[in-house]
Design a protein around this ligand. Structure first.
Ligand SMILES: Nc1ncnc2c1ncn2[C@@H]1O[C@H](COP(=O)(O)OP(=O)(O)O)[C@@H](O)[C@H]1O
Ligand SMILES: [Mg+2]
Length: 270
């Protein structure tokens, strides 16, 4: 094993049409004597598509997201992110994996006292040379960050302190920050759970347009069915860690969606 062979990209094997994210029979438990938190989940995520991971609180959505980036164990099964076998990570691959994975969270995770622009620029920090010896960002990166703020519709807020923005605006900054990484995939864990319905739609439409127009696949976890139906190409539904729904959103009928209604009842608010 040498350093060169450990440097991998998440590019899928185009010739075989392999999905960028490829999960088969994923099982996860946090300790040997505990029950499985994920128990047999399959998922494929192709370029250009947005897949909703639907489930009540505690169903395993965050664990699945974390398993994709090495933050939760892969107890058994196959987890591939492009060329990277996440279940058997080699030295150096974890860094590659995380630098190529754009992440968006429920609580935005911005640095409130810093400007919106600087927050977006932090998305470039994984790259060597992003900051020069004077501690300033490269002008090409500043230009790119401004373009991305324009892309998410808040270029006029570039110099505002992040904490002064509304929740919906902050989430758009977080999406611009994720795009600053040139991600191969975006994982958005309950990105609209703290937003009102109008802002939720705006943010999900933005993520959908990134999948469609930039080709970057988006996995988005949600706990309410209507948002998943309105904003996804496919839905994978979890209940107590088991996959109870999997199909193209347009094809799912009432019978296939029935487990979701049970799933709605069991959830606790978090
Ligand atoms: N680090 C951990 N250690 C042990 N159990 C955990 C850990 N993280 C989550 N769990 C458990 O795994 C289950 C699924 O949690 P989670 O993946 O956070 O679900 P969701 O995101 O759908 O709410 C829950 O029962 C939770 O208590
Ligand atoms: Mg969660």
């Amino acid at each position: 094993m040498n350093a060169v062979s450990d440097t991998v990209t998440m590019r899928p094997a185009a010739a075989t049409g392999t999905a960028l994210v490829h999960l088969r029979d994923l099982r996860v438990r946090y300790a040997p004597d505990e029950p499985f938190v994920l128990d047999g989940v399959d998922l494929d995520l192709h370029d250009g598509e947005m897949v909703a991971l639907l489930g009540a609180s505690g169903s395993g959505k965050s664990t699945l997201m974390k398993s994709l980036t090495g933050f939760a164990p892969v107890t058994s099964g196959t987890v591939r992110m492009g060329e990277i076998d996440v279940a058997n990570l080699r030295r150096g691959q974890l860094r590659d994996l995380r630098s190529q994975t754009g992440q968006v969270f429920q609580q935005f995770n911005l640095i409130g006292r810093l400007s919106v622009l600087t927050n977006v620029l932090t998305g470039s920090l994984h790259r060597a040379g992003a900051v020069n010896v004077l501690g300033t960002f490269r002008s090409a990166d500043r230009k790119k960050a401004l373009d991305l703020l324009d892309r998410v519709g808040i270029a006029h807020k570039a110099n505002a302190e992040a904490r002064t923005l509304s929740g919906g605006q902050q989430q758009r900054v977080a999406i611009a920050r994720a795009l600053m990484q040139n991600p191969r995939v975006i994982l958005a864990d309950e990105p609209v759970a703290s937003l009102d319905p109008k802002m939720s739609r705006t943010v999900l439409e933005l993520l959908q347009s990134i999948a469609r127009d930039e080709g970057i696949p988006v996995l988005v976890s949600l706990h309410v069915l209507p948002l998943a139906l309105a904003h996804s190409d496919r839905i994978v539904g979890l209940r107590h860690g088991e996959m109870v729904i999997s199909g193209r959103t347009a094809d799912l009928d009432a019978e296939q969606l029935a487990p979701v209604y049970e799933l709605d009842d069991e959830g606790e608010d978090d």
